[in-house]
Design a binder for this molecule. Structure first.
Ligand SMILES: [Zn+2]
Length: 310
């Protein structure tokens, strides 16, 4: 059986694993991302992590894949920009190829995670799916015929920056009304806090302070507090607008939700599904689009490794 290394480069941690061709992680490791030390230091740390993972099990590696929080170049070998790390034009693949003697492929981290879910997670029984991670922003991945669709020079699938409201909330990307300014976890936290400030009688104040609010807070109080219910209902409305748009453009077999908010499970997916079925083009006359939640613990690592599996 072939083995691949998958690296998930995040702002806080670098996670890595030796993954077999069935998508099973056989060895796993995690190190802090020393981003204040700069790209060279982080890349050296990554090389050491890969060496440790491989030598531990005496693995022969058929490829290395890496999910990065940003934009990769057209050859999927280098990082063009990773805003959260403060990196621009960082060369990656050549040094890893030289050191480990195998192919190296980079992709955006959401693309990698989406590919992992599509091949080995919730999307495994479907050939087309769209993955949305509801986190600080909204990452997207489009999988068509079991392959990642990354757009021209790998710069597409930026579903979080689909505009869902003209003249809406200002986004970090510079536009207004982007999907992620309404349906990311950060947006939910922002709206929960705003609602609490407006409604001092809200039960959510049991949390003590708005500093203790997370993406879970409004969901926790959904059935006992009107303010919380309104926040969640509006959040789900906004999430559903984006989901309907995605469904109408790609008509995938499934849309898979990941990130912390997806932990709400059926409560969330049932409600989004109702709105999707009501809003999707041709309704029930067209093929159904399932709404699922992500199922892999380390989709980013598994997916990055599987960038090398065609
Ligand atoms: Zn944007």
């Amino acid at each position: 059986m072939k083995h691949y290394v998958g690296i998930d480069l995040g702002g806080t941690y670098v996670k890595g694993g030796v993954v077999n061709e069935n998508g099973i992680i056989e060895k796993f490791g995690r190190i802090p991302t020393r981003r204040s030390e700069g790209a060279e230091c982080v890349l050296k740390d990554i090389e050491r992590l890969i060496s440790d993972l491989i030598s531990d099990g005496g693995y022969e590696i058929s490829g290395i894949g890496m999910g990065i929080p940003g934009l990769v170049d057209a050859k999927r070998e280098n990082i063009v920009k990773a805003a959260n790390l403060g990196w621009e034009n960082v060369k990656v693949a050549d040094r890893l190829k030289r050191k480990f003697g195998c192919p190296v492929i980079l992709s955006n981290d959401a693309n990698a995670a989406g590919l992992g879910e599509a091949r080995f997670g919730s999307g495994a029984k479907y050939s087309s799916s769209v993955f949305l991670t509801l986190g600080t922003g909204i990452g997207g991945a489009v999988i068509i015929d079991n392959k990642l669709y990354e757009g021209n020079k790998s710069a597409g699938a930026e579903i979080g920056h689909m505009v869902i409201r003209a003249g809406g909330n200002r986004c970090a990307c510079g536009n207004e009304g982007c999907f992620e300014t309404y349906a990311s976890a950060s947006a939910l936290v922002r709206e929960t806090r705003a609602a609490m400030m407006e409604h001092k009688d809200s039960k959510m104040w049991e949390k003590g302070s708005i500093d203790n609010v997370s993406g879970r807070t409004a969901f926790e109080y959904y059935f006992t507090d009107e303010t919380a219910k309104k926040v969640v209902d509006e959040y789900i409305d906004n999430l559903s607008i984006g989901v309907i748009n995605v469904a109408n453009i790609f008509r995938p077999e499934a849309i898979i939700l990941g990130g912390g908010i997806a932990k709400q499970g059926k409560f969330l997916t049932d409600r989004v599904k109702l709105k999707l079925d009501a809003g999707i083009f041709a309704g029930k006359l067209g093929p159904e689009v399932e709404i699922l939640t992500a199922s892999l613990d380390e989709a980013g690592v598994v997916g990055a490794a599987s960038l090398n599996i065609y």
